[in-house]
Ligand binder design. Structure first.
Ligand code: XCC
Ligand code: SF4
Length: 628
């Protein structure tokens, strides 16, 4: 196998990662970095977005610069090929978040119908608030009836019955006019994804710009639709996050306990696993085989979900998922869906670790499939925990190495919690922004990518921004990076600028606020809507920006595009596969400014990225009549 020429020190800055990379090497276990080395260099046509396999007259490799193959067999040129590929890429991301949101919707409906034992409405106030927001009269309805009525309402957002999604009401009026003018107002969540597949079939939409605008509409259906519904309903079903202090990194695994890692994205399965692991009967069974207890820890976005609401420690982010198994201390990985590397099944099989898949739509051959439904989830969760306890008896103590001591981080900053921390309204934050104590707010989100130094751009960028008095909000895999860098406790304020440190100290906030998983980026949209309305301006007028510095997934592309289409400048550490088209690249980096008032910025250097973001924030501040 080809080897990555980078040293372990270059791959990751963290002690836990380095120790496990060395152990993997010793034990002959291949990781994502080894496979990347084997795949490098990548196909240049694919890299630029210039391959097409949308029909069997092809596949085609289009070479816009010629002399040969300037067109695909059907006549598609480079611009159209890139646009069609990018459109589908975004639609796949939007579909993933939204299909996850739909699972929460089905859970809410089942709770209303009384067919989901073990699930319940845990935030009844939020249920009432949401009903009122979308115009459901709650007087005379009990919680189950409210749940059914709200589910009914949101199911229609997925379909084709509405001219616009209902939660677009959270966007400022000016923003909605911009969407209407660009024909980018999302109608149905499923509709926009399906329409993208239709438009990009051979011989449908042949205008690259038109495809890109529909990509924006599809992405908006994710952000203000599928993701936002997912977030709100997760809060209703599992509780709205409240501030808490929790632990992170591989040190959260316990040598003396049954370790279960929950991985993927949805809280529907992981919440049940957690409940089963806390069941005294299960704990007694674990003790009976010699364990001190049952320890549940999280990976990736599922980890963020249970961290935010239940204080479950976070073992690691995307690039740590394989390495977590290399500790030899993990009895079980329970996965729902998305970002679960298929390699985990192979790595689990090198140890006593059981890999358990739970979703009908995400099967992993070679693992154990325990299919969870809303009806059987409680029983299946107990079954899974029993299997983990059994695996503990097969653990090889000689191969166990749990590196590092855990770091602390603050979590739980839902919009409700942020407003509460500020004394009940956004006014103190707005006042701080106006006088320049806080110069702006930036959402740093998304993944890791083995092409880039692990967590390096994420933390480098965050440090630069907080130093310049810019408040950072974080979601998803970026969270673990910030936590490990010590930026998510009030001690992190030592690294912040004077103004930001003063503001945060006054309200007992860390300089980097954890707002959730990747679907919870919708919280940032809603917060931007709220701040813009409070100032009587559009989102594009706010001193805010977004960044997905180490992104890898289709979902991250959808997030980036809905941020830009919402008027938020978005930084990426590496570009999507669009560089084969000057037209599409130009649109992403410049043209979208005229349409949506924001563009993408691509910059792998965190300091330069921070400069670009800071310049943008300064420009927005000056335009609002504030000091720079
Ligand atoms: Fe996946 Fe969401 Fe990216 Fe992490 S941040 S690698 S998408 S788990 Ni969402
Ligand atoms: Fe080739 Fe056109 Fe078919 Fe794509 S749709 S594979 S470019 S012929």
């Amino acid at each position: 196998m080809a080897k990555d020429t980078r040293t372990i020190e270059e791959l990751s800055p963290w002690e836990d990662a380095r120790r496990m990379l060395a152990k993997a090497k010793d034990e002959g276990i291949a990781t994502v970095w080894d496979r990347l080395a084997e795949q490098t260099p990548h196909c240049t046509f694919c890299d630029q977005g210039l391959t097409c396999n949308k029909c069997v007259m092809g596949p085609c490799r289009v070479n816009p610069k010629g002399p040969k193959r300037q067109l695909g067999v059907c006549g598609a040129d480079g611009d159209l090929t890139v646009a069609r590929n990018f459109g589908r890429f975004v639609a796949a991301g939007a579909a993933s978040h939204s299909d996850h949101g739909r699972d929460l919707l089905e859970a809410l409906e089942s709770v209303g119908q009384g067919t989901a034992p073990g699930y319940a409405v845990r935030d009844a106030d939020k249920l009432v608030r949401l009903c009122a927001e979308v115009g459901i009269e709650t007087k005379g309805l009990d919680a189950p009836d409210q749940a059914k009525a709200l589910a009914e309402h949101f199911f229609e957002d997925f379909g084709t019955r509405r001219p616009a999604l209902s939660l677009l009401s959270r966007a400022p009026k000016k923003r909605r006019e911009i969407w209407d003018a660009a024909r980018s107002t999302p109608r149905g969540i499923d509709r926009e994804c399906v329409e993208m597949l239709h438009r990009t079939h051979m011989g449908v939409d042949c205008d690259p710009v038109s495809i890109c605008l529909h990509a924006a509409r599809t992405a908006l259906a994710d952000g203000w639709g599928g993701s936002m519904i997912g977030t709100e309903l997760s809060d209703i079903l599992f509780g709205t996050p409240r501030p808490a202090t929790v632990e992170a990194n591989l040190g959260v695994l316990r040598a003396d306990s049954v370790n279960i890692l929950v991985h993927g994205h949805s809280p529907v399965v992981s919440e049940m696993i957690l409940a089963a692991a806390r069941d005294p009967e299960m704990v007694a069974k674990a003790k009976a085989v010699g364990a001190a207890g049952i320890n549940v820890a999280g990976l990736c976005c599922t980890g963020n979900e249970v961290l935010m609401r239940q204080g479950v420690p976070l073992a690691g982010n995307h690039l740590m998922t394989e390495l977590a198994l290399v500790t030899g201390a993990v009895e079980m990985v329970v996965a729902d869906y998305q970002c679960v590397m298929p390699s985990l099944v192979q790595i689990a099989s090198c140890y006593h670790t059981r890999f358990v898949s739970t979703s009908e739509k995400a099967r992993f051959p070679g693992g154990t499939h325990l299919e969870f439904t809303l009806e059987n989830a409680r029983d299946k969760a107990h079954e899974a925990v029993e299997l983990a306890i059994e695996a503990f008896t097969r653990r090889d103590a000689g191969r166990v190495d749990i590196p590092s001591v855990p770091v602390s981080l603050r979590t739980g900053y839902s919009n409700e919690a942020v407003l509460e921390a500020l004394g009940g309204s956004a006014e103190p934050l707005l006042a701080a922004i106006k006088i320049g104590l806080v110069r702006g707010v930036v959402g740093i989100v998304g993944c890791n990518n083995p092409k880039l130094p692990h967590d390096g751009i994420l933390t480098g960028l965050a440090k630069e921004l907080i130093r310049q008095d810019i408040l950072v909000v974080v979601t998803g895999c970026a969270t673990v990076a910030m936590g490990k860098a010590g930026l998510m406790t009030t001690e992190g304020l030592e690294q912040a600028g004077v103004g930001l440190a003063e503001f945060c100290s006054r309200f007992d906030l860390p300089p980097v606020l954890h707002v959730g998983s990747c679907v919870d980026n919708s919280r940032i949209l809603a917060l931007c809507g709220l701040l813009a309305d409070a100032l009587g301006v559009d989102i594009a007028d706010l001193p805010v920006a977004a960044s997905a510095p180490e992104w890898y997934s289709e979902k991250a592309a959808a997030i980036g595009l809905y941020a830009v289409a919402s008027g938020i400048m978005t930084h990426l550490g590496l570009p999507p596969n669009i560089l084969g088209s000057e037209l599409v690249t130009g649109l992403a980096l410049e043209g979208l400014e005229d349409v949506f008032g924001a563009t993408f910025v691509v910059e792998p250097d965190p300091v330069k990225a921070a400069e670009a973001i800071s310049r943008r924030i300064t420009a927005k501040r000056l335009a609002l009549g504030l000091n720079d």
